[in-house]
Design a protein around this ligand. Sequence first.
Ligand SMILES: Nc1ncnc2c1ncn2[C@@H]1O[C@H](COP(=O)(O)OP(=O)(O)OP(=O)(O)O)[C@@H](O)[C@H]1O
Ligand SMILES: [Mg+2]
Length: 148
Amino acid sequence: MEAYAKNESNVAMKLKYDVVNNDFSRAGEASSKIKEVLKQLAIDPIIVRRVAIATYEAEINLVIHSLGGTIEVYLKSDAIEIYVEDCGPGIENVELAMTKGFSTATSLAREMGFGAGMGLPNMHKVSDAFVIESEPGSGTKVKMVMHY
Ligand SMILES: Nc1ncnc2c1ncn2[C@@H]1O[C@H](COP(=O)(O)OP(=O)(O)OP(=O)(O)O)[C@@H](O)[C@H]1O
Ligand SMILES: [Mg+2]
């Protein structure tokens, strides 16, 4: 897997949203806003749908598993790039976390309907390129690219 790095070249537009941990009342807000902006820009609906799935799953992971973080979307002429960064606690075993069905979600998160262990596998599935890097104690970074 390539290393996580933001590619700043030829960015036509940047979107950035902060996501607060444990704030279930606002969970899904950032990904909804991203979806609305892309729709208004008349981006191919299939791409919009893939980005919506990826950013929604990323946002929920920030809410239920992280200490909070950011989602950035770079719009380019040939692709959309999504950068998700949080400030901890990081993932012990990334390969295990990427496995379908693996989840450490709390009972509260499960009651809210999360915790199927399908978020990361689905983010991978809808992306043309997917990079995840995590450092226990520091944080997790995910990059996803969707080409037009
Ligand atoms: N940002 C993150 N910070 C820390 N741990 C994470 C983060 N994202 C995912 N994980 C870990 O990876 C596991 C798998 O994540 P994944 O999104 O696939 O499933 P889930 O969030 O548990 O359930 P679902 O997404 O289906 O509601 C999580 O249970 C958690 O242990
Ligand atoms: Mg998840």
